[in-house]
Ligand binder design. Structure first.
Ligand SMILES: *Cc1c(COP(=O)(O)O)cnc(C)c1O
Length: 239
């Protein structure tokens, strides 16, 4: 193994151990939680090494960075997740490689994604990003729709050709009533997810938890954790 591959393997083993312990502590099966490795700012060569090490899902947050990387990795069997704030002028590109867009937070984005999926002849999974710091009707500081908008957005996605409503995503808020209370925030997301599933039984994904708070996410009931720095190392620049 190259030095980089050994480093990634060791980091992955540590993250795997953390997820397994968190599942055991919560009385959950390890299979209930899927690891998504956030590869933003890291090169396609790292994505390739991760795939060789058994990673099945990767996530990116900027189309400029993600599009060439995905193009360099089309021979790999990977699920690509888009997790960043998404402008409508990038939707066409994202719809060309993403399998799941986790950051759906406004009606305009739903219609743009639907049109792009149609043009690309692909079906896109969508998660509504919920901002637990958003006031009613507002949007979160890090993107996301207010909880009150979840049902309407999910209905729009479910009715949009080329789109599939897969569930919900959140980023632990830095401000508002949930600041510093990651587990409470994730429990709130799980509660919103249960309500959503009454109308959309297929919307089973609950994407929550990153390098610093994956244990709290697993304890709260997350089905997917998004881990960047704990696998790849501290990012060279803000991303
Ligand atoms: C960067 C990012 C992550 C991963 O964060 P780490 O702290 O590096 O694990 C997860 N989710 C989103 C939306 C991100 O932008």
């Amino acid at each position: 193994m190259t030095d980089r591959k050994s480093e990634l393997a060791a980091n992955l083993a540590r993250v795997e151990e953390r997820i397994a312990s968190a599942c055991a502590a919560a009385g959950r099966e390890r299979e209930e939680v899927t690891l998504i490795v956030v590869t933003k700012t890291y090169p396609a060569s790292d994505v390739r090494l991760l795939a060789e090490l058994g990673v099945r899902h990767v996530a990116e947050n900027r189309d400029q960075d993600a599009a060439p990387k995905a193009a360099a990795c089309t021979d790999l069997t990977l699920g690509w997740h888009f997790v960043g704030q998404l402008q409508t002028n990038k939707v066409r590109s994202v719809a060309g490689y993403a399998h799941v867009v986790q950051s759906v937070d406004r009606p305009r984005l739903v219609s743009a994604l639907s049109a792009a999926a149609g043009n690309a002849g692909r079906e896109l999974g969508c998660l509504v990003q919920v901002a637990l710091d958003a006031e009613a009707g507002g949007r979160g500081a890090r993107g996301g729709a207010a909880p009150e908008q979840l049902a309407q957005l999910a209905d729009l996605v479910a009715g949009a050709p080329g789109l599939r409503i897969d569930g919900v995503m959140t980023v632990a808020p830095l401000a508002g009533p949930y600041a510093g209370r990651e587990q409470a925030a994730f429990e709130r997301l799980v509660e919103l997810s249960s309500r959503l599933r009454a109308d959309h039984p297929g919307a089973t994904m609950v994407s929550a938890g990153m390098s610093g708070d994956l244990e709290q996410a697993v304890a709260a009931g997350a089905t997917h954790v998004r881990v960047g720095t704990a696998v790849l190392g501290a990012r060279p620049r803000l991303g």
